[in-house]
Ligand binder design. Structure first.
Ligand SMILES: [Zn+2]
Length: 140
């Protein structure tokens, strides 16, 4: 762990998100599936964004998905990220349907990013805090 990585702040854990962070600690990427309409959603919220049902079940993603979009962060909003820029954040549509955002783990892959590119989730840790990242993978 480098000095730079130690300065990265830990995201706030709210009540609905606590289960998500606890799952991530176990290398589990969780999303919600509605028991009423079957749609998946993320982040964890009390009601289904599609139909309003509160009958939601937590499911675990296998971690594979396709790139939906990405943004390159050039100016860190948080001073603790200032030494890290530029870095890339990607939004990935998991194969199970939920769209989850994470940091691109290998910045050298930025130049080959494209919509629909295959990505694999990778849980990494900074100061013991589990965080979600992605790597582009070959295939399909
Ligand atoms: Zn629903």
């Amino acid at each position: 762990v480098t000095a730079t990585e130690q300065s990265v702040h830990v995201p706030e854990v709210d009540e609905d998100g606590a289960e998500w962070w606890e799952g991530l600690e176990r290398d589990e990427i969780q999303f919600s599936r509605c028991m009423s309409c079957g749609q998946t959603s993320f982040p964890p919220i009390p009601g289904c964004p599609h139909c309003g049902s509160t009958e939601l079940a937590s499911e675990r993603s296998a971690g594979g998905g396709s790139v939906y979009s990405w943004v390159v962060i050039h100016v860190a909003l948080d001073p603790s990220f200032a030494s890290e820029v530029p870095y890339t954040v990607v939004a990935v549509d998991l194969d199970e349907g939920a769209r989850i955002v994470g940091r691109l783990r290998d910045e050298s892959q930025r130049s080959v990013l494209r919509g629909g590119a295959r990505a694999a989730a990778e849980v990494y840790r900074i100061d013991g805090q589990a965080l979600l990242g992605y790597r582009l993978v070959e295939g399909r």
